[in-house]
Design a protein around this ligand. Structure first.
Ligand SMILES: C[S@@+](CC[C@H](N)C(=O)[O-])C[C@H]1O[C@@H](n2cnc3c(N)ncnc32)[C@H](O)[C@@H]1O
Length: 189
C-alpha cells in the first residue's frame, strides 16, 4: 500500500514537473513559430517506398525541418542502414528531439540549424515538409549543392522549376489544402 502511494506521488510529480511544462513550452513554440505538423504514418510508408524505389543504395538522409524528430525516427526504424541528419531551426524542438532519442537510444544526428545554411553536399535523399515561402530559395540552393543523382522528396509544398519524376497523392478526399500530403519526387540532374 505504501509502495503504491509512493508510485502515485511520483507519477503526479512527473506530470507537474515534466509533462505539463513540456506541453506548455511546445504549445507556446507552435504559437510563436508556427506548427510542427508531423508527416503522417500513411505518408511515411509512401516515403519509404519511394526511397527504396529511386535510391535503394542511399546512405545519407536529411530531414530538413525535422521538428521533434518523429518522422526521422520512423525512417530510421524502416531503413536502419540510413545515416540520418535531422535539422531544425527551433532550439526547443531540437532539444525535445535529442532528449527523446537519448532516452530511446535512437541513432539520429539532430542539429539546430537553418536548412538554408545546411551543407547538403553529401546527401543522397533530402526530405522536406516546409512552408511554401522557403521552397524557391531551397530549390536554388539544392540545385547548386546536391550531387548528381541525389533525390529530393517534398511533402505538400513543392519546387517551382524542377520537374518531379513522380507524384504520390496520398489523401484524395481532403481537398481543402491543395496537394495536402502529396509527395513530389525529384532527381538532381
Ligand atoms: C511541418 S514540420 C515537419 C516536421 C518533419 N519534417 C515531419 O515531416 O514530420 C516543419 C518544421 O520545419 C522547421 N523549419 C521551418 N523553417 C526552417 C528553416 N529555415 N530551417 C530549419 N528548420 C525549419 C519548423 O521549425 C518545423 O519544425
Amino acid at each position: 500500500m505504501i509502495f503504491l502511494t509512493y508510485i502515485s506521488i511520483f507519477l503526479f510529480l512527473c506530470l507537474f514537473v515534466i509533462v505539463l511544462p513540456a506541453f506548455f513550452i511546445l504549445a507556446l513554440e507552435s504559437l510563436v513559430r508556427g506548427h510542427d505538423l508531423s508527416t503522417s504514418r500513411l505518408v511515411t510508408r509512401a516515403l519509404v517506398k519511394m526511397i527504396q524505389k529511386y535510391k535503394p543504395n542511399a546512405k545519407i538522409f536529411y530531414d530538413s525541418g525535422c521538428a521533434r524528430g518523429a518522422l526521422s525516427v520512423r525512417i530510421k526504424k524502416s531503413l536502419p542502414h540510413l545515416e540520418i541528419y535531422a535539422i531544425d531551426n527551433s532550439a526547443v524542438r531540437i532539444f525535445f528531439a535529442k532528449f527523446k532519442s537519448k532516452i530511446l537510444r535512437h541513432k539520429i544526428n539532430f542539429q539546430k540549424q537553418d536548412v538554408l545554411k545546411t551543407d547538403f553536399r553529401n546527401a543522397d535523399v533530402v526530405y522536406t515538409y516546409l512552408w511554401y515561402d522557403i521552397m524557391l530559395i531551397l530549390e536554388k540552393k539544392l540545385q547548386k549543392e546536391l550531387k548528381q543523382g541525389a533525390i529530393v522528396i517534398t511533402n505538400t509544398s513543392h519546387f517551382q522549376d524542377w520537374q518531379p519524376i513522380e507524384k504520390v497523392v496520398t489523401y484524395t478526399k481532403i481537398l481543402k489544402t491543395p496537394n495536402f500530403e502529396t509527395l513530389f519526387i525529384y532527381v538532381k540532374k
